[in-house]
Design a protein around this ligand. Structure first.
Ligand code: ATP
Ligand code: MG
Length: 346
């Protein structure tokens, strides 16, 4: 997919700030890896990057099961370290440990109508798939506002995201414009998304986006056996019954994954031609994909095991990152309060 915003990117701008994050709703998967983590590892060398473990946002659809969120905070941090995010280059912080984020969310909520939130296409899809019925948690409906608070609190202008998050960037910029117009000066800065080459990795059954909450993932901690099983069960072309039958590549998850993960594009293209002509079996393409995924995941899994064994270190990294982020976000909060005239005490 073409990123319409990428042309505006100024990679040499030294002051550009990046904010990304993940909900603490489960371990991270290969969709995160190819869709954003890999990119973050590169970006940390060029930009001032902050990564937020979004525990508050995780609660918005897990209010009745908060343990799901609390038990996954350190899992997410271990995943970051395992893929090569370096806490000396990237600030890793915890959303609930930065009070200004919740405060900003409250202020911004006065600038957004309920109808606007209900129109947000991602929120709409998620509400449908989560079967809330008529009991949509207020916090869930509001989570795009909370994301706007996160982004603006760090003065972030570049947001690496999967394509499911594009409506959130739009929503953030609407809030930024409204607030600046109330303040009659530029209090907040607009941001733009940065999409990776794989902005939406499908689940192994090809039915939806790979997603922590749907349990349709290949995790970065997956064992060799789990990877084998996941690849074997992958959706291919249901009409490709015999090896000699011509097969379809579009919508064939094995080829989508080969495109995303295999290092040799020419080889993948040759496989596609052969598959389309007939003469290449799903067993063979799956074997090729499996080897490729095993090779990528093995070193990540091994590093992850090492990091998750030292919980004190993970907590320390989060604490330091969160403390560092408090000052920065409080400054923005004070400017926003002032814009609303709520600065009686200075
Ligand atoms: P949940 O099901 O709890 O919403 P998730 O798997 O969707 O979890 P998030 O924490 O919501 O993960 O998303 C974190 C970041 O990873 C976002 O920028 C999102 O766009 C990106 N992302 C999530 N899933 C994928 C995917 N399958 N392909 C590419 N990027 C993804
Ligand atoms: Mg999500």
């Amino acid at each position: 997919m073409q990123n319409q915003f990428q042309s505006k990117l100024q990679p040499d701008d030294p002051v550009e700030k990046i904010l990304t994050g993940d909900r603490a709703t489960g371990q991270l998967h290969i969709g995160h890896y190819i869709g954003s983590l890999q990119q973050r590892v590169e970006l940390q060398h060029k930009y001032q990057q902050t990564i937020l473990v979004a525990d508050l946002q995780g609660l918005t659809d897990n209010g009745n099961n908060p343990r799901k969120v609390s038990s996954n905070i350190l899992n997410v941090v271990a995943d970051y370290l395992a893929v090569g995010i370096d806490p000396s280059k990237t600030t890793i912080c915890l959303q609930s440990a930065i009070p200004a984020l919740a405060e900003l969310t409250m202020y911004y909520s006065n600038l957004v109508s309920v109808a606007r939130l209900q129109r947000n296409p991602t929120v709409k899809n998620e509400i449908a798939s989560k079967s809330f019925g008529s009991s949509i948690p207020t916090g869930f409906l509001m989570y795009p506002i909370s994301q706007a608070a996160d982004i603006t609190a760090f003065k972030a202008t570049l947001i690496p995201v999967g394509d499911d998050q594009l409506p959130m960037i739009e929503q953030t910029n609407e809030i930024v414009r409204k607030l600046n117009s109330i303040a009659q000066e530029e209090i907040l800065v607009e941001c733009r998304p940065l999409l990776s080459k794989v902005p939406r990795l499908p689940s192994t059954d090809g039915k939806s986006k790979m997603s922590k909450s749907m349990g349709n993932c290949i995790l970065l901690s997956s064992s060799e056996k789990e990877i084998t099983k996941a690849v074997k069960s992958m959706y291919t072309d249901p009409n490709h019954l015999r090896i000699d039958d011509p097969g379809q590549v579009e919508g064939n998850v094995v080829f989508t994954y080969l495109d995303a993960f295999h290092p040799d594009i020419n080889y993948v293209n040759e496989l596609k031609v052969k598959y389309q002509q007939g003469g290449l079996g799903d067993g063979t393409t799956k074997k090729i994909l499996e080897e490729c995924l095993q090779e990528i995941i093995k070193p990540i899994r091994e590093r992850r095991e090492m990091f998750i064994a030292d919980k004190a270190q993970l907590i320390d990294i989060l604490r330091q990152g969160s403390e560092k982020s408090q000052d920065e976000s409080n400054q923005v909060l004070n400017r926003v309060k002032k814009a609303f005239g709520l600065n009686l005490f200075g």
